[in-house]
Ligand binder design. Sequence first.
Ligand code: TUI
Length: 313
Amino acid sequence: MKTRVNELLGIKYPIIQGGMAWVAEYHLAAAVSNAGGLGIIGAGGAPAEFVREQIRKAKEVTNQPFGVNIMLMNPEADAIAKVIVDEGVKVVTTGAGNPAKYMEMWKAAGVKVIPVIASVAMAKMMERGGADAVVAEGMESGGHIGSTTTMALVPQVADAVSIPVIAAGGIADGRGVAAAFMLGAEGVQMGTRFVVAKESIVHSNYKERLIKARDIDSEVTGMSTGHPIRVLRNQMSRQYLKLEKEGAGLEELEQLTLGSLRKAVMEGDVVNGSVMAGQIAGLVKKEQTCQEIIDELVSETEELFGRDMLGNS
Ligand code: TUI
């Protein structure tokens, strides 16, 4: 499993943990980095100083490279962009917007920049702007999504850019990793599988709900507002969809979602909270350490490739 992504990021395996709001704090990020992947601290909606503390804490528990994800709708995005430079973070990923205005500052500081994109046009724009790689995220992902599937998006992005493409959305085992490579990706980013990692601090109710999820338990709210969010169906998603149907304002709906992610992750309110997870949740069956998850992914993927490449299937 050696690709340009390993080299770019200085990591053993081209497996990246998604920078999930509230979920991806320093314990999880450091555990993934220590296991040979790239852990990412998700800034989500947090203030810049909170992100700075998270970075400092991560450095105390890992000497491996790790990254920070900036959710660009965060009102403190400008300040977080600077914190990343100040604290000497090696890799930044961005989500839910266009990071063009920070690119020059990050490149000058030697930060590797990997925007998460959901379209070919955005991938090309990011490459022109100096991105080192892109994460092509399909609509199977949890949380804020685009409208194209991983299966369709990844090969189109891989053909359109020459920087490495990292696939995300719907990947949770070695079959998914191998499939992503077949589509032209040189790495994968996974969120859902890491939500239930032993090192993940999410409430046990959230983990249990995810482990219990079936293939058909996934739902997208906010389709009509231009901010589609994938969650596991519950009272909250039903209420949201009802309000949406009745024509509630964007602000009212956004507030409902943002506040309720925290409620689910921190307080374990999986009834009224927003349980963000990808469509692959049904495949995620147990809590494991990050090391176990990564070792299993690597051995499954290598077995698939070995068998396929030798023609022994
Ligand atoms: O960002 C994500 N996933 C997220 S962010 C998030 S936190 C949140 N919580 C409540 C409400 C809103 C957000 C939860 N999940 N994934 C990366 C991603 N980025 N997916 C899609 C995009 C994207 C969309 C539009 C990237 C660029 C883009 O460009 C639009 C433009 O032209 O600015």
